[in-house]
Design a protein around this ligand. Structure first.
Ligand SMILES: Cc1cc2nc3c(=O)[nH]c(=O)nc-3n(C[C@H](O)[C@H](O)[C@H](O)COP(=O)(O)OP(=O)(O)OC[C@H]3O[C@@H](n4cnc5c(N)ncnc54)[C@H](O)[C@@H]3O)c2cc1C
Ligand SMILES: *[C@@H]1O[C@H](CO)[C@@H](O)[C@H](O)[C@H]1NC(C)=O
Ligand SMILES: *[C@@H]1O[C@H](CO)[C@@H](O)[C@H](O)[C@H]1NC(C)=O
Length: 367
């Protein structure tokens, strides 16, 4: 049948979508500038994520739906394959003050996570007015992205590294930049110029892609630390009185993410010393157990075992995730484009739902 589908982007969204498109029997090729295993880059948000699945009530209905659909898929992966780099851990939510919005968020969480439970007063640490606990998944990002890539390649998918000036550059012999097979050892020849559709999974995409820019997309900058603390066995969101949230997300590897910031429209690509200091101070205030046992009394931020300082740009979009079909005119031809980007701080927790939806849109254009 020769139904060639192009997926642009190899972040968590592009990879998950490409896997689902392969499973639907299509001939799928990924094109991207950055791939799993590359040196970390500010242009590749997926490599910086924490990442867990904790649904946030403030966002829109479509995203909620996609998040809900994604949790059981992760749980299924764990069941099928004990080596998958995703684990179930208890997650605690602590608040210093508790108002009606917090109550709404709690009601939402109790609908999403079946073992959600409000903590009793005698279970709360000093200074915490309200707390809850439930089980959810934590994704070990540096292992999960290569896991997705391998799943795609071993399923018969092909991939090429390329920096695209536009999506249409993939569709004409005149404009197409050089394609380098990924992995470089593969002997795949580049596909033709007539895919049945292109799936646009370029995240924040703003670094190039000169043709049509979606001006609704902007970054929510996240600065976090990776801490070595293999003794931490649960996640934590700690809401301070002043609205700052400290968060802790453990990984299978024994590393722990300590966050962090949510800075709207801030493109600064590297960490800021004063922010790092603030994250550390709030982190050990919220959870002194981040420090090694012998150092806990002193509460000195210098005793945190910092592995890395990280900055990622969450691809946020006014109006939320873009899940729709448009078309691209190249010469006399018209190509359908399925959009799947703008997942903000929720790309992992909505990944499998988004992939399913994009492939459904794809099938609708193929009919
Ligand atoms: C600190 C932090 C913590 C986070 N924590 C969580 C969490 O706990 N849970 C959660 O669900 N999410 C979390 N996120 C959000 C999550 O990381 C993003 O939603 C997700 O990674 C977006 O993935 P993406 O595939 O859309 O984009 P990206 O990962 O940025 O991928 C974009 C792809 O498109 C390619 N591309 C773009 N432009 C071009 C071009 N011109 N030519 C060729 N290729 C191009 C890139 O090379 C790349 O391969 C967090 C993010 C940060 C920063
Ligand atoms: C997939 O694409 C390649 C390259 O364009 C082509 O050689 C192959 O026949 C295609 N396979 C299917 C099943 O369409
Ligand atoms: C593809 O997605 C990017 C967002 O990353 C957007 O700016 C761009 O407009 C989309 N491309 C097309 C041709 O619509």
């Amino acid at each position: 049948m020769g139904k060639d589908v192009f997926v642009v982007g190899a972040g968590v969204i592009g990879l998950s979508t490409a896997i689902r498109a392969l499973e639907a029997g299509l001939n799928v090729t990924i094109f991207a500038e950055t791939f799993p295993g590359d040196k970390k880059s500010i242009k590749y948000t997926s490599c910086w994520a924490a990442a867990n699945h904790v649904s946030v009530a403030a966002t829109n209905a479509l995203l909620h739906h996609l998040e809900r659909e994604t949790l059981p898929v992760f749980l299924g992966l764990i069941k099928e394959d004990p080596l998958v780099p995703v684990m179930v851990r208890p997650h605690r939510a602590y608040s210093q003050v508790f108002g009606s919005d917090d109550q709404k968020q709690n009601d939402h969480l109790s609908e999403c996570y079946s073992d959600f439970r409000t903590l009793k007063a005698n279970e709360l640490p000093d200074g915490v007015a309200h707390g809850a606990v439930f089980s959810t998944v934590c994704i070990d990002v540096p292992r999960y992205l290569p896991y997705l890539m391998n799943r795609f390649l071993s399923g018969g998918g092909r991939a090429f590294r390329v920096t695209l000036p536009s999506l249409s550059a993939l569709l004409s012999a005149k404009d197409r930049p050089d394609l380098v097979p990924f992995p470089p050892t593969s002997t795949n020849t580049p596909p033709s110029f007539d895919p049945v559709a292109i799936i646009n999974c370029t995240g924040i995409g703003a670094f190039s892609m000169g043709d049509v820019k979606d001006t609704n997309v902007y970054p929510t900058r996240g600065e976090v630390l990776i801490i070595r603390a293999p003794w931490i066995s649960h996640g934590l969101f700690y809401f301070f009185k002043d609205n700052h949230m400290s968060y802790i997300i453990p990984r299978q590897s024994g590393d722990v993410i300590l966050g962090g910031t949510f800075q709207v429209d801030d493109w600064h690509p590297v960490s800021r010393p004063e922010t790092i200091r603030f994250i550390k101070e709030r982190g050990i205030e919220a959870y002194p157990e981040l420090l090694p046992l012998s150092k806990r009394e002193m509460r000195n931020i210098e005793d945190l075992d910092v592995v890395e300082e990280c900055v990622g740009l969450r691809p946020t979009r006014k109006g939320g995730v873009r899940a729709e079909v448009t078309s691209l005119h190249v010469g006399a031809k018209i190509f359908p484009i399925v959009h799947n980007y703008g997942h903000g701080g929720a790309g992992y927790q909505s990944s499998w739902g988004s992939a399913r939806l994009a492939v459904e849109l794809l099938k609708s254009v193929l009919e």
